[in-house]
Design a protein around this ligand. Structure first.
Ligand code: CA
Length: 225
């Protein structure tokens, strides 16, 4: 158990396909989140009001209402991040979903790693938008994402915006390895960004936070411990 598990983020999964809904719930649970499954737009909106999730994973093709209508309704109630899930591959749908306020868009079929990376990015943005949120603690290190403040043994650690983003991404996956591609995508917006950037920024974080905190798994990624 670690501090992140104690505050597991609640993720509302609105998906009418029962096998995909079950698989998503199992994947999220295994990744340390608390999934709340819903099979229709009506059920999704009901659970949204009831559970106040940290993020919504929303299928666009629902039996009772268009997913975009659900998205607009959620947007009308606040800044909760929404990651849209859809089999529709039309570029216009993607644009429409993003215009309606979706934070991100994952196209079916998708890989688990890609999905989890999008969720972490969405949660991080949600945290910043809400200004309230997980405080991740490990040893004497405290990462307060609501206040964008990092302290080590009670002393404020000054970080550049990229260093901070990188640290948050690792903190949201505390104790687990985050892949190079996921870190590049989350912090630099493209998994094709130069991996050398990552080495440089990890080196800077090691200097500021202690080398033992940032563990490298060669050829795979990094973890915050
Ligand atoms: Ca569907």
């Amino acid at each position: 158990m670690n501090a992140a598990d104690a505050d597991a983020a609640t993720i509302l999964v609105v998906e009418d396909d029962p096998s995909l809904r079950g698989a998503l719930a199992a994947t999220l649970k295994a990744a340390g989140y608390r999934p709340v499954p819903a099979s229709t737009a009506a059920e999704g909106l009901r659970w949204f009001a009831h559970y106040r999730p940290d993020l919504v994973l929303l299928d666009l093709g629902l039996p009772d209402r268009d997913g975009l209508a659900v998205l607009r309704e959620i947007r009308g109630r606040g800044e909760t991040p929404v990651v849209v899930l859809s089999a529709r591959d039309a570029e216009s749908m993607k644009v429409e979903a993003l215009d309606a306020g979706a934070d991100d868009y994952v196209q079916k079929p998708f890989g688990v790693d890609e999905l989890l990376a999008r969720l972490r990015a969405g949660l991080r943005h949600g945290v910043q938008a809400r200004g309230s949120a997980p405080v991740v603690r490990t040893g004497d290190l405290v990462i307060d994402m609501g206040r964008r403040m990092v302290t080590r043994a009670g002393e404020v650690v000054k970080l550049s915006p990229k260093e901070y983003d990188l640290l948050c991404e690792l903190a949201l996956n505390l104790g687990r390895v985050t892949s190079h591609a996921d870190l590049l995508r989350a912090v630099w917006g493209s998994e094709r960004a130069d991996i050398q950037y990552l080495r440089v920024y990890i080196g800077q974080l090691r200097q500021r936070l202690g080398a033992e905190r940032l563990v490298s798994t060669p050829g795979v990624g990094y973890s915050l411990v």
